[in-house]
Ligand binder design. Structure first.
Ligand SMILES: CC(C)(COP(=O)(O)OP(=O)(O)OC[C@H]1O[C@@H](n2cnc3c(N)ncnc32)[C@H](O)[C@@H]1OP(=O)(O)O)[C@@H](O)C(=O)NCCC(=O)NCCS
Length: 308
């Protein structure tokens, strides 16, 4: 028997909804992990607030909440950069799922920002059947697996053909750094996104931007954050993707990091082989779904699950 539709009000999120959205996310993720048999993910309380604030500041109309009896029961966040419209988060309280709220909420989060003509929707999707079904109906089709890979930094990082040279200080984007990343993001992710690069370098414990050089020639870039996250990054040749990972691990070691994580598309064979070769493990499995192919994922390392 199909449960009755749930009466909700859908409206743009406000600063005072953010703590409730984090609670919805945590309880939704715990329930999803239990249903799918994955270990429950660990999240630091308040850890999502910087990203929520970034989304609220840059894409206020893409951040929508569904409210039932005065309480946030579901939320969706879309991020629009150039013509790329990325669904960053979409979660509902377990007891309020499968009652038609998600479909309405998703339509609002995609339509309210009024994306330009020719826009392309995309998402890093969970294996939840309701989510998968809605994404296909909203035009997005599966194009690659995408893994969150992480673990201890190996004692001996394999040698890389690439040299990494830091551009700008720790924790802050510079004009040169944004130009460097923008050049490669335009080619391999089809959008320059200074707003996100600034956020990634300055949020939390901050991060560093590196120019990747092959025999003194600039062939790419990569960001290494002080929380151990590697990416975004890109490199001109797919056969250098593994070298980019090894070079980033070398910098992570110099930065004194003990653990690292990276989001690696299945299509990025070089990075995937390098990460597995270094003994890292799969921490989450997602599906890259999009209305069209984006850039070139063989040469691109996503920023994160929420900014791709
Ligand atoms: C994903 C989520 C936000 C969707 O919200 P929701 O309110 O449950 O979704 P809705 O009820 O509006 O829509 C689900 C649709 O999937 C359809 N559906 C359910 N199971 C299905 C299946 N096995 N195959 C095809 N369609 C299916 C339903 O019929 C429904 O469509 P309908 O209303 O036209 O009948 C919610 O289910 C959730 O929080 N899931 C867990 C967290 C998660 O995985 N989030 C996605 C992160 S990428």
């Amino acid at each position: 028997v199909k449960p009755a539709p749930l009466e909700v009000t859908i409206r743009p999120a406000r600063e005072r909804d953010l703590a409730a959205c984090e609670q919805v996310f945590l309880s939704s993720m715990r329930d999803l992990s239990r249903r799918k048999g994955f270990p429950a993910p660990r999240f630091r309380p308040g850890g999502l607030l910087p990203f929520f604030r970034h989304a609220l500041r840059t894409d206020p109309k893409g951040f929508q909440v569904a409210v039932h009896r005065g309480r946030v029961v579901m939320f969706a966040i879309t991020i629009l950069r150039a013509r790329w419209h990325f669904l960053a988060m979409f979660f509902g309280l377990p007891g309020k799922q499968s009652r038609g709220v998600g479909k309405r909420l998703l339509a609002r989060a995609f339509d309210e920002p009024r994306p330009p003509k020719g826009h392309v929707r995309s998402v890093l999707a969970s294996p939840d059947h309701r989510a998968q079904a809605l994404y296909i109906r909203f035009g997005m089709l599966p194009r690659s697996m995408c893994y969150l890979i992480g673990g201890k930094l190996p004692k001996h990082v394999p040698a890389s053909q690439l040299d990494l040279r830091q551009v700008g200080p720790h924790g802050r984007a510079t004009r040169a750094g944004l130009a460097l990343a923008g050049r490669f993001d335009l080619r391999f992710r089809e959008a320059r996104r200074d707003l996100d690069q600034r956020y990634l370098l300055s949020a939390g414990k901050g991060g560093r931007m590196f120019e990747a050089l092959l025999a003194h020639e600039t062939v790419g870039y990569v960001v290494v954050r002080a929380n151990g996250a590697i990416g975004p990054g890109a490199v001109t040749r797919a056969d250098l993707s593994g070298d980019l990972i090894f070079a980033a691990m070398g910098k992570a070691r110099e930065m004194g990091l003990a653990r690292i994580v990276a989001w690696i598309p299945g299509l990025n064979e070089g990075a995937l082989r390098a990460a597995f070769g270094a003994g890292l493990h799969i921490e989450a499995t997602t599906v890259w779904m999009a209305q069209k192919d984006v850039g070139d994922l063989r040469r691109y390392l996503p920023a994160s699950g929420v900014l791709f």
